[in-house]
Design a protein around this ligand. Structure first.
Ligand code: UN1
Length: 510
């Protein structure tokens, strides 16, 4: 019989202190300091203490990743894939446990947390299949007796810096393609959601990922994230988060000769035409604007509605929104959870104030923090609707990242498209119409990376390219293998001359 672990006398009720995972070992941060992580639905509940890492931890993590690289890149991709299949299986088995922990950690309602874990499962299995593809191509040479082809090569050590709003899905979008391509990595999750990423890494460890291939370093952006953008051992930085931080990441990456892939903000639009199924459009708006408490980069924060159905749409939307139940996402009857932290709460409330001061905009519904009963212990905001918003107002231009939606009237499709495109971002857009010509016209003219017909702006599937234009990104797309392999691998072009002479391309043709 295995010896029983001695019960910890003192400290039995102390919060758990989590560790970084570096070189296949769970280790304390060099600083010996930790950050508290609390449940945003009830801040009395401490989730745990998580490492406050610094450049010293990043140093050892990058060294571990660099040491693991030669063996991992030499491992056949189908073998790397076997580990991902096992990882996908473990995530499936633990879906409920991880989803509940996620809701406690970041607030999204349980069914959405399950969706987040499911997205990571889908991404893991989908990427594992790529182990037997990773295709390059052969092509004719311009010279006789010469073969030309190209293959994908791993890049090296990758830094992955991930946000709190999809704390397992987004790490998986980066981690899985990085791994299948033969890279090693250091991941730095957001301070608000380290636990969900720890779960992903623990499952990867159990699935048999070799030591040093995946490393996790936790802590604040300035302390643990910044060194990941400058360390000379890192070749690629992949970042998802705000446009402001993304710009800093891009500057540091450029200064330090790193490849850089960015996914940033959005100010997504739903366009509702006069021929739309209004009930469907309302349902799509409620889901897109208030799902995840509006904290998705794909959230529907602007609804441009044809003037002839505007009042009817607002009435229906008001009624549906009034029916939403705000509260702790672990309760099965709750539709909208808290926002992530005090800073987010302050920012959202300040935008609501800005909206009220904008000439002509009307605060139509909501607008306040909710503090009744239990809710006073969390960061809850009423689902909020502004009507008669004009396209150039700040609430219609800037990313609020909360349950606040602006309803903007329009005269016709042309104006809707102009308003829709009239922001600095370009992530996601949608149109509700029964007219195929309008749907196709909008599809062609919207300047967004993602476009939906008769659906909300949220809900992208993992096997299609995910990302946006303009200030949303820097030209890369995650998700789909057709695009994400281009982030996490580099092309090598190979020429094999079997003519026995020194043939000179271009010159030989003169
Ligand atoms: C994000 O909004 O940060 O498309 C990611 C969606 C999700 C992913 C969102 N599958 O809404």
């Amino acid at each position: 019989m295995p010896a029983k672990k001695p019960a910890k006398k003192a400290g039995r009720n102390l919060p758990e202190k989590y560790k970084n995972y570096i070189g296949g070992r769970w280790v304390k941060p060099a600083s010996g300091e930790y950050l508290e992580n609390r449940n945003p639905a009830d801040t009395r509940e401490l989730i745990g203490l998580f490492p406050a890492s610094s450049a010293r931890d990043v140093e050892t993590a990058v060294e571990a990743a660099a040491a693991a690289l030669p063996k991992w890149r030499a491992t056949p991709a189908p073998k790397r894939a076997e580990i991902l299949y096992r990882l996908g299986q473990l995530l499936m088995e633990r879906k409920e446990e991880y989803s509940r922990a996620m809701t406690r950690e970041m607030g999204k309602v349980l069914k959405e947390a399950r969706g987040d874990v499911q997205e990571a499962i889908d991404m893991t299995f989908y990427t594992a299949g790529e182990g037997r593809r990773l295709q390059g191509y052969t092509t004719p040479s311009e010279l006789p007796n010469k073969m030309a082809m190209c293959v994908r090569q791993p890049i090296g050590v990758c830094s992955l810096i991930t946000p709190w709003n999809f704390p397992m899905a987004i790490p998986s979008w980066k981690m899985m393609p990085a791994l299948i391509c033969g890279n090693t990595l250091v991941i730095k999750p957001a301070e608000d959601t380290p636990l969900s990423t720890i779960h992903l890494v623990q499952a990867a460890e159990e699935a048999g990922i070799p030591r040093g291939v995946i490393n996790i370093v936790m802590g604040a952006g300035e302390d643990a994230g910044a060194p990941l953008t400058t360390h000379p051992g890192v070749r690629l930085v992949s970042f998802t988060g705000s446009t402001e931080t993304g710009r800093l990441v891009a500057i540091e990456a450029a200064r330090n000769d790193k490849i850089c892939s960015l996914e940033m903000g959005g100010k997504n639009v739903i366009m509702v035409m006069d021929d739309a199924d209004l009930d469907l459009a309302v349902e799509g708006t409620v889901w897109g604007a208030f799902g995840t408490s509006g904290q998705r980069c794909t959230a529907s924060s602007r609804i441009v509605v044809h003037q002839s159905v505007y009042r009817q749409f607002v009435d229906k939307l008001t009624e549906k929104t009034r029916g939403l139940r705000v509260g702790n996402g672990l309760r099965s009857n709750v539709d909208v959870g808290p926002v992530i932290n005090q800073q987010a709460l302050d920012k959202i409330l300040s935008y609501i104030e800005i909206g009220q001061n904008e000439d002509g905009a009307k605060l139509h519904l909501g607008g306040s923090r909710l503090t009744d009963g239990e809710l006073r212990h969390g960061y809850f905001v009423e689902p909020t609707i502004f009507t008669d918003v004009r396209p150039n107002m700040r609430i219609a231009q800037e990313e609020i990242f909360g349950p606040v939606v602006s309803i903007i009237p329009c005269r016709d499709l042309d104006e809707a498209i102009e308003i829709g495109n009239g922001v600095k971002y370009g992530l996601s857009s949608s149109i509700f119409t029964r007219d195929v010509n309008r749907a196709m016209t909008a599809m062609e003219r919207m300047e967004t990376g993602i476009f939906y017909v008769n659906s909300s702006t949220i809900g992208a599937e993992v096997h299609l390219p995910f990302g946006g234009t303009k200030a949303t990104g820097n030209g890369h797309r995650e998700g789909a293998m057709i695009s994400s392999l281009d982030i996490f691998s580099e092309w090598k072009s190979i020429y094999i001359d079997y003519s026995g002479t020194l043939q000179k391309a271009q010159i030989d043709n003169q």
